[in-house]
Design a binder for this molecule. Structure first.
Ligand code: PLP
Length: 421
């Protein structure tokens, strides 16, 4: 069946993400979304198992969010944030400060997760410069982590391995080590901090789940021990909650499960429930205070054109309304229980290395995926939108996913594995 004309016309001009354009298969033309469904131009409807890269936590086109954005569109779609402020941004900052733990209360808005992490890195390095401490300009981050695709954020992923390896020679050098999980690796980390701590501005970690780097889980104790080490060696602690924030791990923020407050936190993705581009870098008061000075250079010199876009902030405020009025965390608990039960069907199948679930994240890890294109096509043929990567097939559905939709997703995964993924 022929696709729409705009697909034929546009494909020679578009450059797609994470795609070898020489061999790319025609992508699916999406024309509409609703609930957990993606409607394609040819009339097919796919159940979305990953909520558009983990953003659409209330499902697509929630009427409350639509109305909030439409109302804001009529009032003020955008205004620059330099020298001007507006109600949607200040209300959102106030509300984030109220729901974030501890004194995480100073919010800097940007427009993508990568930039939120870049700002966190800049803040961490400048924090020390402003305090008159020189040489603390490296980050300590963990293998398996993913913090974005910009130059600064590639450098805190694993620059030697994985998709950014080509850039390893040109990126700033940080300390990238294994995430400590046992006594020996905590001792090794402590040795590194005691020998090189005066070069390190901050420890950066995705709390509880390293997402795009491999959907790797760790326990809250790891976070508590990182907090202890950060305090002992006087380095800042940054939690990147761009994937885990807003309920995904079962609590509103993953750090709550460890009862740990980082010095800096990054947020994006479900912040606007996937409707608009918005991100936030939030700091504790002692971090912010290091930027208060008579020296103009001590200000944070950053200001993306579309930062704090009023439509995006209105959208995020509407999303927070829904967290307050609808039973999202109970839904996450229900999804977690259902995925735990249903994905169990995959354990023991040939090629399955591990099955794991945390909150509304379900992962089936294989030993190998024989043919990624064939696997993706098989999932689509079963009516689901799931995007496996490397050896990982994962689900991060909307929290509003209906039990029968979730069953459709879990059974499709079991079937493609049985059919020889
Ligand atoms: N940090 C984490 C934990 C992420 O999962 C992502 C995106 O997947 C990013 C940062 C980068 O966000 P963005 O794609 O909006 O730049």
């Amino acid at each position: 069946m022929r696709g729409p004309q705009w697909l034929d016309d546009g494909m020679p001009h578009i450059w797609l993400p994470y795609t070898q354009m020489q061999t790319v298969l025609p992508p699916l033309p999406a024309v509409r979304t609703s609930g957990c469904d993606i409607h394609l131009a040819d009339g097919r409807v796919l159940v979305d198992g990953i909520a558009s890269w983990w953003t659409a936590c209330h499902g697509y086109n929630h009427p409350h969010i639509r109305e909030a954005v439409s109302a804001q569109l009529g009032r003020m779609p955008h205004v620059m944030f330099g020298g001007l402020v507006h109600e949607p941004a200040l209300t959102l900052a106030t509300r984030l400060a109220a729901i974030l733990p501890g004194d995480l209360e100073r919010v800097f808005f940007t427009d993508s997760g990568s930039v939120a992490v870049e700002v966190a890195i800049k803040i961490a390095i400048q924090y020390w410069i402003n305090r008159g401490v020189s040489g603390r300009n490296r980050l300590l981050a963990f293998r398996g982590g993913y913090h974005g695709d910009t130059l600064a954020t590639m450098a805190v992923c694993d620059p030697e391995e994985g998709m950014h390896a080509l850039f390893s020679g040109v990126l700033p050098q940080h300390y990238i080590v294994d995430l400590p999980r046992d006594e020996a690796s905590f001792r090794a980390l402590e040795t590194l901090l005691s020998e090189s701590g005066d070069e390190i501005a901050a420890i950066l970690v995705e709390p509880l789940i390293q997402g795009a780097g491999g959907m790797l889980f760790h326990g809250p104790d790891v976070l508590r021990r990182l907090r202890t080490l950060a305090d002992r060696y006087g380095v800042l602690l940054i939690f990147d909650e761009i994937f885990t924030g807003f309920g995904r791990t079962g609590t509103m923020f993953a750090c709550e499960q460890a009862d740990v407050v980082p010095d800096i936190m990054t947020l994006s993705k479900a912040l606007t429930a996937g409707t608009m581009a918005l991100a936030a870098t939030v700091t504790r008061s002692h971090v912010f205070e290091a930027f208060l000075s008579d020296n103009p250079l001590h200000a944070l010199m950053h200001g993306p054109t579309f930062m704090a876009n009023p439509l995006a902030c209105a959208c995020a405020n509407a999303s927070l309304d829904l967290f307050a009025t609808e039973p999202r965390l109970q839904q996450v608990a229900r999804i977690s229980a259902q995925m735990t039960e249903e994905l169990e069907a995959c354990r023991g199948l040939p090629n399955v290395r591990d099955v794991r679930v945390m909150g509304a994240v379900g992962v089936v890890e294989l030993d190998a995926i024989a043919d990624m294109n064939r696997l993706k096509a098989a999932l689509i043929a079963l009516g689901v939108w799931v995007r496996p990567f490397r050896t990982i097939i994962y689900l991060t559905p909307a929290f509003t996913v209906r039990p029968e939709e979730l069953s459709c997703l879990t059974s499709a995964i079991a079937q493609v594995i049985r059919d020889g993924a």
